[in-house]
Design a protein around this ligand. Structure first.
Ligand code: FES
Ligand code: FES
Length: 185
């Protein structure tokens, strides 16, 4: 298991300790929860099954489809979002855990690091099919926010949990360096 994935799972254990919201029983016998999600600075009120993953709530209930479903079991990184600024795999986090916290998706990430990543991705033509790239960019943004001058090893360690079937890894690494240079200038 990659170190970045371990970090995600540890963070999930911390935040899962006290999910917010009130549970109720639906007619189908599925326990639902009315929660307020702060996504990209906007509050969304949703009533969803207690254990519905944040990924599906974002895609189906909030209508933001930039966060992608691929493996669904914390093995690929395609569903990466930020939860209170920390990179997080949305496919394994119940939405109830995100209630009362700040969720940022690829549609709303606007920090200087995110802008530098976007522009470097365009300049170096990183994307091939594109499916993994929102997760890649969210992970890369979180990396630059915590480490503005990453080495190759730092990049490889941080990005290890984000798979790309098109093998764009070399361009991703170059783009992260380009974004770091832009931030430093
Ligand atoms: S879809 Fe979440 S890690 Fe693959
Ligand atoms: S660009 Fe195609 S899977 Fe990564």
């Amino acid at each position: 298991m990659s170190s970045s994935l371990v970090t995600d799972l540890c963070y999930i254990q911390q935040v899962a300790a006290a999910p917010a919201g009130a549970s109720s029983e639906s007619t189908e016998g599925v326990s639902h929860m009315a929660i307020e999600l702060n996504v990209n600075g906007k509050v969304h009120s949703v009533d969803v099954p207690d254990d519905k993953p944040l990924l599906w709530v974002l895609r189906e209930d909030v209508g933001l489809t930039g966060t992608k479903y691929a493996c669904g079991i914390a093995q690929c990184g395609a569903c990466m979002v930020h939860l209170d600024g920390q990179p997080m795999l949305a496919c394994i986090v119940p939405a109830s855990v995100a209630a009362g916290r700040n969720v940022t998706t690829v549609e709303g990430v606007e920090s200087p690091a995110a802008m530098a990543i976007r522009s470097a991705w365009r300049e170096l033509d990183v994307v091939q099919c594109g499916y993994c790239q929102s997760g890649q960019m969210m992970r890369a943004t979180a990396l630059l926010e915590s480490n503005p001058s990453p080495t190759d090893d730092d990049i490889d360690n941080a990005m290890r949990g984000n798979l790309c079937r098109c093998a764009t890894y070399h361009r991703i690494r170059a783009a992260i360096h380009r974004a770091a240079d832009e931030l430093e200038a």
